[in-house]
Design a binder for this molecule. Structure first.
Ligand code: 3PY
Ligand code: MG
Length: 251
C-alpha cells in the first residue's frame, strides 16, 4: 500500500529525487525507477496546495509522493496530504513533544486530529467505508521528522520513541552548521555525529535518513553507515542518459 514504508520496514534502502509542481517532469521522474519523489516546500517557492496536479500525474507509477512542509504546522501538513502526499517530512523537529505533534496532525481520530477534507490521494484500493479509508491513511502515511540541530541530537531518544515516526532524516547543511563545520561533510566531527544519529534511530526501530547525499560523496558510503532513506539529484543521470543515447547515433 505504501511501498516506501513497506521497504523500510523490511530494512531496505529507498532512494528518491527532488520534484516540483511541474506535472510533466513529476510524471516522467515518477516512472524513472525512484522509490519516491520529494516535493520540497520549505526551501522552494512551491506551496503544498499547488502540488495536487503533479502528484495526480504520478498515479500508477513506481515513485511515492513525499512532501516536505515548511514548518511543523497542521495547516501545511493537511494541505500536503489533501494534495495527495503519501509521506510528510517536517523540518527542525527538536523534541519528543514536537514529534508527537507531527504524528497527531498526520493521523485521523482516534490516532490523531487530522482535519478531514474527503478521501485524499491514490491508495490503490477501494474502501469498504470511510473508517476503512481513515485507518488505511493512518497506517500507511510515511512520517519523517528532520534532525538538524544539536538540541535534536540531544533529544534523539525521546524523538525516536514517539510511536508513528518512520524516518529520522538529517538535514545535512543545517546539521553541519550546528556542528560548527558548515558544509564540511567529510570532517571527522560531522562523520562522528552521523554515527550517533544512526545508532540513536536504530535503537528505536526508526530508519535513519539523509535529505541529500552531499555532492561528490558516495551514496554507498552512507548505505554502509546504515542510512536507509535519501535523495540523489536526477539531472546528472538524465544528462548522462541523453549523452549515451546521442553518442550511439552515427553523425
Ligand atoms: C539541510 O541540508 O539542512 C536540509 O534541510 C536539506 O534541504
Ligand atoms: Mg535544513
Amino acid at each position: 500500500m505504501n511501498t516506501v514504508k513497506d521497504a523500510l520496514k523490511a530494512g531496505k534502502v529507498v532512494v528518491g529525487t527532488g520534484a516540483g509542481p511541474d506535472v510533466s517532469t513529476a510524471t516522467l521522474l515518477a516512472g524513472g525507477g525512484f522509490d519516491f519523489l520529494l516535493f520540497d516546500t520549505q526551501h522552494s517557492t512551491a506551496m503544498p496546495k499547488e502540488l495536487g496536479p503533479a502528484i495526480a500525474g504520478m498515479k500508477g507509477k513506481k515513485a511515492s509522493p513525499v512532501v516536505r512542509v515548511g514548518d511543523n504546522r497542521p495547516d501545511l501538513i493537511v494541505n500536503a496530504m489533501d494534495a495527495g502526499a503519501r509521506g510528510i517530512i517536517v523540518p527542525m523537529v527538536n523534541t519528543g513533544e514536537e514529534a508527537e505533534r507531527v504524528v497527531h496532525d498526520v493521523k485521523y481520530y482516534p490516532d490523531g486530529g487530522r482535519s478531514n477534507a474527503g478521501q485524499a490521494g491514490d491508495w490503490g484500493k477501494e474502501f469498504a467505508n470511510y473508517r476503512d479509508y481513515m485507518d488505511t491513511a493512518n497506517n500507511e502515511m510515511l512520517i519523517v521528522v528532520m534532525l538538524e540541530t544539536n538540541v535534536s541530537l540531544a533529544n534523539i531518544d525521546e524523538i525516536c520513541s514517539v510511536p508513528g515516526i518512520d524516518v529520522l532524516l538529517i538535514g545535512p547543511s543545517d546539521f553541519s552548521i550546528e556542528l560548527d563545520v558548515p558544509l564540511d561533510y567529510s570532517s571527522k566531527k560531522y562523520q562522528d555525529a552521523l554515527e550517533k544519529v544512526v545508532a540513536g534511530a536504530q535503537r528505536h526501530g526508526v530508519a535513519p535518513g539523509m535529505y541529500f547525499i552531499p555532492p561528490g560523496l558516495d551514496a554507498n558510503h552512507y548505505v554502509d553507515l546504515g542510512f536507509k532513506f535519501f535523495t540523489v539529484p536526477w539531472a546528472p543521470m538524465a544528462t548522462a542518459g541523453m549523452e549515451n543515447a546521442l553518442a550511439a547515433i552515427k553523425r
